[in-house]
Design a binder for this molecule. Structure first.
Ligand SMILES: O=C(O)CCC(=O)C(=O)O
Length: 306
């Protein structure tokens, strides 16, 4: 099926993406490779991502959704007259990033993402070929109607350990094109120039001896590659690849892959989590581990002489 035939209306950062067949396409599924770790690794090298439909237990995903929405309801963020599981906000509130709702032990989301014998950890042991470690910090997103996440690569936020680090993007419930969801830029993980320039940055590092870089730090460099998905696609080539998602689906991708979020044009919150996995034997980015990971706070900043 050609995207052009379906007249897809995809928006990101307020821009409508060009739906020509050479500019917009669908993510391809990798489920048929699940039994073979070599083929999964080959596909990852080729595509920079793996879309795995129904890998996760749907009931566990919905339990994580319910628990997250209950926490938001307790905070008074949801419309009390709407069904909880619809995730309708109280008028006048705006939400985006809610990691603190995911940090507590024994919550359904923690079990879904990190239980040793759960589907995700088992998948990563198979895919990575050894004992696996995950970051302790979980990026939980409850995204209000409005703009999605600008284009970026994860490496600039978490590149102080191994580069063989993978993100699992997990929709917490159905995410159709109206609600948005993850989109990735085809073949961008193979762009050596990008990796040497943008991909060598670290959002929390700054030049102690360079006032302009220091100033940039003080202003809070946000790590985005571009806030125009149209312009970055024009510069880097490839197609934006998109999909609708169901509870249980997961997209696993490389830290070098350019990706972003589609705008949420629905009337409800879009819930998803992104979590990170690597071989336990490889170096890990210290900003994202421990009981209270320092993250991008002052303890995570690193000055250097440039
Ligand atoms: O869900 C989104 O809006 C973006 C997700 C993302 O940037 C990530 O998983 O790294």
């Amino acid at each position: 099926m050609l995207v052009a035939e379906t007249a897809l209306d995809i928006y990101s950062c307020g821009e409508r993406l060009d739906s020509s067949a050479n500019r917009l396409g669908y993510l391809r599924e990798a489920n048929e490779l699940l039994g073979n770790a070599d083929l999964l690794r080959q596909r990852m090298a080729e595509d920079g991502y793996l879309l795995l439909r129904g890998l996760l237990n749907r009931d566990q995903v919905l339990a994580a959704r319910r628990d997250t929405l209950e926490q938001l309801a307790d905070q008074g963020q949801l419309d009390p007259d709407a069904p909880l599981m619809d995730g309708i906000q109280k008028p006048g509130t705006s939400l985006f990033f809610q990691p603190e709702l995911a940090q507590k032990n024994n919550r359904p989301l923690q079990k879904l993402l990190y239980a040793e014998e759960g589907e995700l950890m088992s998948f990563f042991r198979h895919f990575l070929g050894g004992p696996t470690r995950h970051f302790d910090f979980t990026w939980l997103r409850c995204i209000s109607p409005g703009r999605g996440t600008p284009s970026h690569c994860d490496v600039v936020f978490m590149g102080r350990g191994t580069r063989k680090l993978y993100t699992a993007w997990v929709p917490l419930g159905k995410v159709d094109f109206e609600a948005g969801g993850l989109m990735v830029l085809e073949n961008s993980h193979k762009n050596q120039e990008l990796q040497k320039s943008y991909g060598a940055k670290d959002v929390d590092s700054y030049c102690e001896n360079d006032p302009s870089d220091g100033a940039r730090m003080a202003n809070g460099y946000n790590g985005w590659l571009s806030e125009s998905p149209t312009e970055i696609r024009r510069q880097l080539g490839g197609r934006w690849l998109v999909s609708e998602y169901e509870a249980g689906d997961v997209v696993i991708f490389s830290v070098d892959l350019v990706h972003g979020g589609m705008d949420n044009r629905s009337n409800h919150l879009r819930l998803s989590s992104d979590s990170r996995y690597q071989l336990a034997s490889e170096p890990i980015d210290e900003r994202w581990v421990g009981e209270n990971p320092p993250g991008h706070g002052s303890a995570g900043k690193r000055g250097r002489i440039c």
